[in-house]
Design a protein around this ligand. Structure first.
Ligand SMILES: Cc1cc2nc3c(=O)[nH]c(=O)nc-3n(C[C@H](O)[C@H](O)[C@H](O)COP(=O)(O)OP(=O)(O)OC[C@H]3O[C@@H](n4cnc5c(N)ncnc54)[C@H](O)[C@@H]3O)c2cc1C
Length: 425
């Protein structure tokens, strides 16, 4: 870290420990309760190691600690949460009869009643039915921020969310005889998801007190919806606009995925509506071989762009979109009309988005620098950062450092048996 610093390069300490579903095999001979206990105990241990990572990173200004969410919760839980959230989004789309991306109040009510934890009206007392009706009315009012009587997916998923105490119970499977197409979570899963959020919040508090930032890595698609959900929650809490230290939590988008650009744009809209800074790292993606193999085995659509050219185009489009959002804000700031009444020169404290370009591709790096220049986004504004892995493409990192760009090296470490999957990728 010290030698990088002398070359103008900052560090991201990366405890490269992660978990995948094959770990189920280790737990095969145990009861579900014992498996839960085992994973939670392991997650607590890893969280402690991440705490040490944050502490070490804090010795050098501007450092990050990188986190793989699969190491801080059970992979079984993350897969289950991801499939619930994905099924819910599919159901939301099917509710939207006219295809404008929005549902009205009646459709909203129907969707709430289809949630696995929403007990059927016949089994409810009149009093319960009344309070359930009030809850749905209140939720709709809250979701319909612009009061046009319509709610889109961003509004819905920000309101009816596993991250909120008020709505978490709607995700719990109440009975097995309800067939709405939205799978539910067991009571233990709901509890464990909350436990994961608590673990992550504690780490964020620690990082905040140490003036260190956290980078949430992207992982396999079957975990990613849950990882995104955790990221939304943490960013909403810890990336408040105008925080003197800038955003604390960064999350990652794998631009080799067909839906990545839409998701990125949607999540920037989510952050703007919920008034927090969207800090993102863009990567191409590191799981191509295993993702394609899985899609083939399960006869699913390949989630990855058909060829490398399409991945390059998606990556470039992601970068261009983020820079455009910054440039628009810069124009407003120059005109004295920054959002939320903010003014001054564009910085991580007042920009609605912050971008981390994580790539070894020299064309991506050059294109980003050229676009920044064209849009007059200064390298020293620190709203755009670059990153390469330690031991790779030092010529890019050191050149960027020399020219005053904000540049980072990812420094992976960990017990050898735990970091093998990372090293192989
Ligand atoms: C700082 C940093 C942090 C990272 N964090 C993460 C992370 O959190 N999650 C994660 O998944 N990855 C992460 N990565 C790895 C990253 O996703 C890439 O695997 C790696 O950086 C190579 O891509 P590149 O942008 O450097 O470009 P290049 O060197 O141009 O890489 C091209 C590679 O893209 C791949 N590729 C992608 N799509 C296709 C396609 N459709 N057809 C053929 N090949 C394709 C091929 O493997 C090819 O080798 C990170 C990388 C860096 C530098």
């Amino acid at each position: 870290m010290q030698s990088f610093k002398s070359a103008g390069i900052c560090s991201i300490l990366d405890l490269a420990v992660e978990a995948d579903l094959n770990e189920d095999a280790d737990a095969g001979h145990q009861t579900p309760e014992e498996t839960r206990e085992l994973f939670n105990k392991k997650a607590d241990q890893v969280a402690e190691q991440i705490g040490t990572c944050i502490e070490t990173a804090s010795h050098m200004p501007k450092s990050f600690a990188a986190i793989k969410i699969t190491s801080t919760g059970s992979p079984l839980l993350l897969r289950q949460v991801s499939s619930v959230l994905t099924a819910l989004q599919v159901k939301f789309k099917s509710m939207d009869q006219d295809g404008d991306g929005k549902i009205n109040k009646e459709e909203f009510k129907l969707l709430v009643s289809m949630m696995p934890g929403s007990s059927s009206s016949s089994s409810r007392s009149a009093q319960d039915q009344k309070s359930a009706g009030t809850l749905v009315d209140d939720l709709f009012k809250e979701a319909d921020k612009d009061q046009d009587g319509l709610v889109d997916w961003v509004d819905w998923s920000s309101t009816v969310s596993l991250n909120r105490d008020e709505t978490r119970r709607l995700f719990r499977q109440e009975s097995t005889d309800r067939e709405s197409g939205i799978p539910g979570l067991a009571a233990g899963d709901v509890e464990d998801y909350k436990g994961l959020l608590d673990r992550m919040e504690k780490l964020c508090e620690q990082a905040k007190s140490k003036d260190t930032r956290l980078m949430l890595d992207a992982e396999q698609t079957y975990f990613q919806a849950a990882i995104d959900s955790v990221a939304w929650h943490l960013q909403e809490q810890f990336n408040r606009i105008q925080d003197a230290n800038g955003p604390l939590v960064y999350c990652t988008y794998q631009m080799y995925l067909k839906g990545a650009l839409d998701r990125l744009q949607q999540d920037v809209a989510r952050a703007r509506r919920n008034k927090y800074v969207k800090a993102v790292k863009l990567v191409r993606g590191a799981y191509m071989v295993s993702e394609r193999q899985r899609a083939k085995t399960l006869k699913l659509e390949d989630p990855i762009h058909a060829n490398i050219e399409a991945t390059h185009a998606s990556y470039d489009a992601g970068v261009a979109f983020m820079l455009e959002v910054m440039a628009e804000e810069q124009d407003r700031l120059r005109a004295g009309q920054g959002h939320e009444g903010v003014s001054g020169v564009l910085s991580p404290q007042n920009s609605p988005v912050v971008l981390f370009v994580a790539s070894h591709n020299v064309n991506s790096v050059i294109r980003t620098c050229e676009r920044m220049q064209a849009l007059e986004i200064a390298p020293e504004s620190s709203v755009v950062m670059f990153g390469q892995l330690m031991g790779m493409c030092d010529q890019i990192s050191f050149t960027l450092g020399q020219y005053g760009y904000c540049v980072y090296k990812y420094i992976p470490y960990g017990p050898i048996q735990d970091v093998i999957p990372y090293l192989i990728r």
